[in-house]
Design a binder for this molecule. Structure first.
Ligand code: PBG
Ligand code: ZN
Length: 333
């Protein structure tokens, strides 16, 4: 007789937690999680992000305390976002040696030589129009000037490398960004600095709370001309393919929870390339808000969703729950 699956024996064995752990397919460890951090210049206090409970814009003067806390919680990797004081047409704070990111990177690096720092490379927080690149004209058309964008993106990238970033994360979806950044890094002697491209980034509603955190919402128009249509999955393979060809070290899918099929496909297509998934601010907010209403068991929901993102194929997850998960003490370091 053919045995049913799972067999009665297996069901019984699974009552033993040791066996459950032995046959579990997906592992989630604290070291698989990356904590996003927002740094802002010239404030006395941490400034809470209203749309993201538990998250703050952190002034340079309080970074030391923050980094200490992060380390003591066992968090190994951060993803840094800068909020500048001034914005202009070209986003000049983003590539200035005295820019918010450059200052924060130098500071964190000097505080902790071992912390893995991923740094966001983009223009939306730094430009007065709030788009992820330099616009072709200012007549209200959303047309990114690709060459001009790449030229300044490369300056931004090299300055982050100089300031101590380990992994550069171009998040603006400009064509040719990875190749241009790689070439410039190598020329400047930063062969050891890695690139994690936001290869597959959708024009998603799930970035809403983040745009308050970085003060980077577009002043007009939307990002649909340079971010992907949520209806497309095969196209994601094309996006990943060009970034792989241009030399990205790692790939990313963003958002994560609504795009598990895309994570799965990218991992199948590029099993040898480390894959990150960005559990975005909106995805964080959905759980947070439901939990505050008492509609969800927050810990269980978070662990289930993060595990599902790993199961789909992500090697690591950028998550606004990283700190809380660490505080809950539920994951092996
Ligand atoms: C912009 C950027 C966005 C996020 C990260 N980088 C927002 C956007 O494209 O509008 C979203 C992250 C999040 O929602 O957590 N380069
Ligand atoms: Zn951007």
């Amino acid at each position: 007789m053919r045995a049913a699956f799972p067999s009665l024996r297996l069901r019984r064995l699974r009552q033993n937690p040791g066996i459950r752990a032995l046959i579990r397919e997906t592992e989630l460890n604290l070291r698989d999680l990356v904590l996003p951090l927002f740094v802002k210049r010239e404030m006395g206090e941490k400034h809470p992000v209203a749309s993201m409970p538990g998250h703050f814009q952190i002034p340079l003067s309080l970074l030391e305390q923050e980094i200490k806390e992060i380390k003591s919680l066992g968090i190994s990797t951060i993803m840094l976002f800068g909020v500048p004081n001034t914005k202009d047409e070209f986003g000049s704070d983003s590539y200035s040696d005295q820019g918010i990111m450059q200052k924060a990177l130098r500071k964190i690096r000097s505080l902790d030589p071992d912390l893995l720092i991923m740094s966001d490379i983009c223009f939306c927080q730094y430009t007065d129009h709030g788009h992820c690149g330099i616009l072709s004209d200012h007549t209200g058309k959303i047309d990114l000037h690709n060459d001009k964008t790449l030229e300044l993106l490369v300056r931004q990238a090299v300055s982050h490398a100089q300031a101590g970033s380990n992994v550069l994360c171009p998040s603006g979806m400009s064509d040719g960004a990875v190749g241009a950044i790689r070439q410039a890094l190598d020329l400047a002697g930063f062969e050891h600095v890695a690139i994690l491209s936001h290869a597959v980034k959708y024009a998603s509603s799930l970035y809403g709370p983040f745009r308050f955190a970085t003060e980077g919402a577009p002043s007009f128009g939307d990002r649909k001309t340079y971010q992907m249509d949520p209806a497309n999955a095969a196209e994601a393979l094309g996006e990943a393919h060009s970034d792989v060809r241009e030399g990205t070290d790692m790939l990313m899918v963003k958002p994560a929870h609504a795009y598990l099929d895309v994570i799965y496909r990218i991992k199948q297509a590029y099993p040898y390339i480390p894959l990150g998934a960005y559990h975005t601010s909106g995805e964080f907010g959905m759980i947070k808000a439901a939990a505050e209403k008492g509609w969800l068991d927050e810990k269980r929901a978070v662990m289930e969703i993060l595990t599902a993102i790993r199961r789909a194929g992500a090697d690591f997850i950028i998550s606004y729950y990283t700190k809380e998960v660490a505080q809950w003490g539920v994951l092996p370091r």
